[in-house]
Write a new protein. Structure first.
Length: 407
């Protein structure tokens, strides 16, 4: 057993005998702010290499889907960089994934998302067990142990991701969507909300959540909630051996952008929390960084494809992105006011000294002209009068301008 492989929790609810058999897969998204990403410059150690064909397939499939959803200009801008980090072996427990493929998606701003791909063997619906894997509050859960591998404790301090969002993907080839909902509708909602309690939800709440499906496929379901996302494919006939069906990739790309945007917005709020300091050039650069970091919110997320628009709108609301955006915009207005105030102050100071200088010089010329009438042959006297009048005029104009600026 690999020494860094996490121990899976043993507490699991026994599957009901009449539940359908499904192929479960999970993508765990751990979002971190630019500051947190910079503090952890080194990649996790002790991982196996991801087979090159799998790494190439991952990058190719995601890049192709980004190009389809967001357009070629987005790819050309290279706002995202994908890296295959490594494969983490997991304990060989029946029904559990045997390994986790870890990828790192880095945004141009420095924010990052760790993507952990998990593929479990085909099994009966066992939502209680799956939820236990994803429970970040349990120190022995699969998700918590993987996070400890990605971000080990430093100086006895355990870091937390800005956001942890699991995407659960279920493929069922043996039943229709209606049959799946009849037998496991309540279980799907429990999985969506990562509910660890043994109590049942109200039937009205379950129906309300199921009605929020935004998938356009006849035998598919897609949901986004505050604690996770779920994509279901009944009567799955795809022959793709990838952990995720192609129809799931648009939702994954959208969730990536949402996680990154939340991390970017949080980093800006953290910078504002430290106060508005630095030179005017520093503040202008900060404002430029903010506008660039908000590109996903202003443009990219607003231009997503039609069948991901609902996921985008839901995610912005559920993940607090809209509130974070409003807070950043409010502080951006204060930052713009500070820059404008400083620039106006610099202009006033420049005008002050220009007025003082030119006024004194003009008075000095007048004084020298008058002095030459009386001291035609006494150059030191002319220079003395010129310098004296220039200095006196400088002091007088400076005093008047200071009094005027203060009043």
């Amino acid at each position: 057993m690999n020494p860094i492989a996490p121990q899976l929790p043993n507490a699991a609810l026994a599957p009901v005998s009449d539940t359908p058999t499904v192929q479960p897969a999970f993508v765990l998204l751990f979002a971190v702010t630019p500051d947190a990403a910079a503090q952890q410059a080194a990649l996790p150690q002790g991982l196996l290499a991801i087979p090159e064909e799998i790494a190439q397939s991952y990058r190719g499939r995601l890049d192709a889907m980004q190009q389809r959803l967001l357009g070629e200009p987005y790819l050309q801008a290279r706002r995202l960089t994908r890296t295959a980090v490594g494969r983490l072996p997991l304990p060989h427990t029946q029904g559990a994934p045997s390994y986790a493929d870890i990828h790192l998606v880095i945004h141009k701003s420095g924010a990052a998302v760790w993507e952990v791909w998990l593929l479990a063997p085909e099994q009966q619906m066992d939502v209680g067990r799956w939820v236990a894997w994803l429970d970040m509050e349990d120190p022995d859960s699969l998700a918590r142990c993987i996070w400890r591998t990605l971000s080990p404790a430093m100086n006895n301090r355990v870091s937390e991701p800005e956001m942890m969002l699991p995407l659960a993907v279920l493929r069922c080839a043996t039943c229709t969507l209606d049959e799946l909902l009849d037998t496991s509708g309540h279980a799907l909602v429990k999985l969506l909300h990562r509910d660890v309690s043994g109590e049942r939800f109200k039937a009205s709440f379950v129906q309300q959540e199921l009605d929020a499906d935004f998938c356009r496929r006849e035998q598919g379901l897609s949901f986004v909630a505050r604690n996770g996302a779920l994509d279901v494919h009944a009567q799955a006939t795809d022959t793709d051996d990838s952990p995720l069906p192609r129809n799931t990739l648009p939702l994954l790309v959208t969730l990536e952008l949402l996680c990154l945007e939340r991390a970017v917005l949080r980093s800006f709020l953290n910078r504002f929390a430290q106060g508005v300091y630095g030179t005017t050039d520093d503040l202008v650069q900060l404002r430029r960084d903010i506008f660039d970091g908000l590109e996903e919110y202003y443009g990219t997320l607003a231009k997503t494809h039609g069948y991901t628009a609902e996921a985008t709108a839901l995610g912005e609301s559920l993940f607090g992105i809209n509130d974070l955006f409003d807070s950043v915009v409010d502080r951006l207005g204060a930052l713009t006011f500070e820059i404008t105030t400083r620039n106006q102050k610099m202009v006033n100071q420049l005008g002050f000294w220009l007025t003082t200088s030119f006024g004194a010089i003009e008075t000095g010329f007048v004084a020298s002209s008058i002095a030459t009438w009386y001291y035609t042959d006494n150059l030191p006297a002319v220079l003395g009068w010129t310098l004296g009048v220039t200095l006196a005029t400088t002091l007088l104009i400076a005093g008047l301008l200071r009094w005027r600026l203060r009043s």
